[in-house]
Design a protein around this ligand. Structure first.
Ligand SMILES: Cc1cc2nc3c(=O)[nH]c(=O)nc-3n(C[C@H](O)[C@H](O)[C@H](O)COP(=O)(O)O)c2cc1C
Length: 223
């Protein structure tokens, strides 16, 4: 009985939390030819509107049993190829992307009540792209990326400290050392959906889809 009450109260408590409290900008008057252009317009607006960390997004992948997984990471670039992010090839996400290079990114900007969803195929950037991304990181970030057995069980925290300290020493002596595991990935979109909230629940949704010739078509979706 106590358990039922606790669950009931938890439900009421969660349901009472406010959502979609942001203030969306006006809907786009026209739609650019590509979703990358609209994304960059929205991102610039989000930065102007002081959205906190608008370049953080959730990356979803699937493991070899088809079980989806999501984690947040930092968007590094958007160009004509697609949406770029980076990490270790030996991490679970790296292993999953190697086996199944189809993925999705999702952004949510609370302050402007906007969501962007990107789906497509992921490819690895070449050596120049990944070394540029890696070498722009701080020494500590490079050392952690190199030394960490990311997402494996850490039985003894001192192992981590020792591995990172020795990697820091190595990078201080050889600042251009490149990790063989670091990857820059590019998600080439097949579809990108732009969503913004409406107080009357008539949320606005615009979908870009790439046709077989590579041209983008746009549609309005039901809320
Ligand atoms: C705001 C934020 C930004 C992050 N940025 C990155 C990133 O750019 N690259 C990365 O590999 N992990 C990043 N992480 C850590 C990932 O969420 C995740 O914990 C890690 O990559 C291991 O994921 P995996 O086990 O699925 O490979 C970030 C986490 C947060 C909360």
């Amino acid at each position: 009985m106590a358990e039922t009450n606790r669950i009931h109260d938890t439900r009421r408590w969660i349901r009472a939390l406010p959502t979609l409290t942001g203030t969306p900008p006006p809907a786009p008057a026209t739609f650019p030819a590509t979703p990358a252009e609209l994304f960059l317009d929205w991102l610039a607006r989000a930065v102007d509107d002081a959205v906190v960390e608008p370049h953080v997004c959730a990356l979803s992948t699937v493991d070899d049993a088809g079980l989806p997984d999501s984690r947040y990471l930092i968007l590094k670039d958007v160009d004509t190829a697609g949406f770029w992010f980076s990490g270790s090839a030996r991490s679970p996400k790296g292993v999953e992307l190697q086996a199944s290079p189809r993925a999705a990114l999702a952004f949510y900007w609370r302050e402007t009540g906007q969501q962007v969803r990107v789906r497509g195929t992921v490819s690895e950037g070449d050596e120049s792209v990944r070394s540029r991304d890696f070498l722009e990181r701080s020494v500590t970030a490079r050392a952690v990326a190199t030394a960490s057995e990311q997402s494996r069980i850490l039985t003894d925290p001192s192992e981590y400290d020792a591995a990172v300290s020795s990697a820091i020493e190595m990078f201080e002596g050889d600042p251009d050392h490149m990790s063989s595991d670091w990857r820059a990935w590019c998600l080439e979109p097949e579809s990108v959906e732009f969503w913004q909230a409406d107080s009357g629940r008539r949320h606005q949704r615009w979908l870009y889809r790439r046709d077989p010739e590579g041209l983008w078509t746009t549609s309005v979706l039901w809320p």
